[in-house]
Design a protein around this ligand. Structure first.
Ligand SMILES: Cc1cc2nc3c(=O)[nH]c(=O)nc-3n(C[C@H](O)[C@H](O)[C@H](O)COP(=O)(O)OP(=O)(O)OC[C@H]3O[C@@H](n4cnc5c(N)ncnc54)[C@H](O)[C@@H]3O)c2cc1C
Length: 392
């Protein structure tokens, strides 16, 4: 780590505090208009903030107990793509409600036959006057049932190599012909869906960028993992981290089994390694370097680490781990719900956002310089399909 955080009286901090004093209970819209939802975005949507200023804003909001609107796909993926290639009219229409959390977005990318090899997608969009008519099926669409819009990739030219005939659209989720069917996970939750698109008519103005240039925009979307400045927990940043498990052990009793003790120590070491990798990434960003394949290294480590935390939590619970809903059946007699959910959900960590195997291919090719895996059909490297972690 070769940077220092600004001191308490730094003007960048006092400015945020002054704003918070005049907005003690800010709405999503207040935060969006102030540029605090995505401070790294250009003005007027963000503040053109450098990484240190981002950290300062994060710190100050966190200390004040202020949470940003939760629109992960909107502000993490759709928004940056619209900033990159959207028209001014698209930015004016979509970006502020998206940042304010007033319009939730989902990602209509994966299909039954196109996951890791995303460019294999079969959903068709055919131009008809001022509209495109879309037919096809998407799957694993997180939050589709809450969403106002989806970023959609569909094939507009089936007669060219598969990466060249794809276009990128904004799809209103309440358009006639959009049917959302729930998929209930083994956690018992319903977060993702199948989405069937039957003769869905999208105005041509919903095309983002040029027709047939959607693959390069999909790569912008997938590659736009904002450098994570938050603390490193399991479950994509939202779940309990290893130190919470270690604290539980400290607070609620000791662990005598030497194997479990070793696993706790290993988790602590992994957590520290992940923290250092994160600081390295932030340092690189501060030097103006773009994140590269280390994002894949980090994803591999973090996702498997998350699974190990949850597995150990179950093992520490002993037979009580079977009683998912019983009070005190979490690790060492703690509350069960989060740990039980986390254990089941953590299986998804190494699938969503580019599987662990995909990330390993990227590391093999781009870090270790091993020979490329060839997509025999297109003669392209396979890792191009999912270059960077996505939401899911
Ligand atoms: C929680 C969650 C949320 C999701 N949310 C969304 C969403 O909102 N929108 C969306 O579009 N998608 C979403 N997805 C889908 C996700 O992007 C895909 O599941 C992922 O890209 C993998 O695709 P697949 O499931 O089709 O598996 P496949 O690509 O069929 O892979 C199956 C297995 O084969 C392995 N494999 C495949 N090809 C190779 C290769 N060349 N080399 C080595 N191994 C290989 C994979 O690693 C995997 O183990 C979500 C997934 C999850 C788990």
């Amino acid at each position: 780590m070769d940077f220092e955080l600004p001191p308490d009286d730094d003007p960048r901090r006092t400015e945020v505090r002054a704003w918070l004093a005049s907005h003690p209970d800010p709405t999503g819209r207040d935060l969006a208009e102030a540029g605090y939802v995505a401070p790294h975005w250009p003005k007027p949507y963000g503040l053109d903030a450098d990484p240190i200023t981002q950290i300062v804003i994060d710190d100050e909001l966190r200390s004040a107990g202020v949470r940003r609107p939760n629109n992960m796909i909107g502000s993490g993926w759709a928004g940056p793509t619209l900033l990159h290639a959207g028209t001014q009219a698209q930015r004016d229409r979509y970006l502020l409600p998206l940042l304010a959390g007033e319009e939730i977005w989902c990602q209509l990318f994966s299909e039954p036959g196109a996951g890791s090899d995303l460019a294999n997608l079969g959903t068709r969009a055919v131009r008809d006057g001022d509209e495109y008519v879309v037919n096809g099926q998407k799957i694993w669409t997180s939050l589709a049932h809450f969403s106002k819009f989806g970023i959609l990739i569909a094939r507009t030219d089936p007669d060219v190599p598969k990466h060249q005939g794809i276009s990128y659209f904004i799809c209103p989720m309440d358009a006639p012909g959009v049917e959302i069917r729930p998929i209930v996970e083994m956690t018992g939750s319903h977060t993702f869906n199948e989405v069937f698109l039957t003769d869905v008519r999208l105005p041509a103005e919903n095309l983002v960028g040029d027709e047939n240039n959607g693959w390069s925009l999909a790569k912008v979307t997938l590659g736009n993992e904002r450098v994570s400045l938050s603390s490193g927990g399991a479950l994509w940043g939202n779940g309990p981290a290893a130190d919470e498990l270690i604290d539980l052990v400290r607070d609620r009793g000791s662990v005598t089994d030497p194997t479990l003790r070793q696993r706790l120590v290993a988790l602590h070491i992994e957590m520290e390694i992940l923290r250092l990798i994160r600081l390295r990434t932030v340092s690189a960003r501060i030097r103006g370097e773009q994140p590269g394949a280390e994002a894949s290294v980090r994803k591999i480590l973090a996702d498997e680490h998350g699974q190990r935390i949850m597995q150990l939590a179950k093992d520490l619970s002993g037979p009580a781990a079977m009683l998912a809903d019983e009070p005190g059946s979490g690790p060492l007699g703690s509350a069960p719900a989060l740990w039980h959910y986390g254990y089941l959900f953590s299986q998804a960590l190494t699938i969503g956002g580019g599987t662990g195997d995909v990330q390993r291919n990227i590391v093999a090719e781009r870090v270790l310089g091993l020979p490329h895996e060839i997509d025999v059909e297109q003669g392209r490297t396979w890792a191009e399909s999912r270059r960077a972690p996505a939401v899911g």
